[in-house]
Design a protein around this ligand. Structure first.
Ligand code: HEC
Length: 156
């Protein structure tokens, strides 16, 4: 009897650890391997990779257009572009896809969109171009941090 219960406890602990590990994989670590250049490679289908890279080129266009408008002191246009790329742009992803992304990757991504909302609010106060550019530059530290840490790898 005593022996059986010890076995039960053992199995319970193993199950608990397995659940905790699965929770960690699905919420924190994501579906990743070590990348060939030392960065963390986030695994996804070729289709998702192409889609994310397309969104990235959209980010680049956004920061270019914002810089151009800010240089001309056109804060109305800055506000419009920044707003269009804010949190409203975040598309509904499937739970499975979200689970495959590392937590830090997700929060950097969401934060980047949220920062565009804040930049739009700031542009609405009609700041000096230099002040707007300083904020954009700060926001772009997110782009830099994510690119330094992650790459995308297609699994199929
Ligand atoms: C959540 C992480 C993350 C954030 C935030 C992020 N990127 Fe990226 N970006 C990536 C990854 C990962 C790649 C692919 C890198 C690789 O596989 O080598 C990428 C690729 C790109 C590319 C190349 C696209 C292509 O077609 O190859 C551009 C351009 C880019 N990002 C611009 C930006 C800009 C500008 C920002 C900030 C406004 C930004 N990204 C923010 C993760 C991020």
């Amino acid at each position: 009897m005593k022996k059986t219960c010890k076995l039960c406890w053992g199995i319970n602990i193993i199950l608990l650890l397995a659940v905790a590990y699965a929770g960690y994989i699905f919420t924190v670590r994501g579906n990743v391997v070590k990348g060939d250049d030392g960065r963390i490679a986030v695994l996804m289908t070729g289709k998702d990779r192409v889609r994310i890279l397309g969104e990235m080129r959209g980010f680049l266009e956004t920061v270019q257009s914002i810089s151009e408008a800010a240089a001309q002191g056109d804060m109305k246009t800055v506000e419009k572009i920044a707003r269009a790329n804010g949190s409203s742009k975040v598309r509904a992803e499937t739970p499975a896809f979200l689970a495959s992304l590392p937590l830090e990757f997700k929060s950097l991504g969401m934060n980047t969109h949220a920062n565009f909302d804040k930049l739009a609010d700031f542009a609405a106060t009609n700041p000096k171009p230099a002040a707007l550019m300083a904020k954009l530059s700060d926001d772009m530290l997110n782009c830099v941090a994510c690119h330094q840490t992650y790459q995308l790898k297609a699994t199929q």
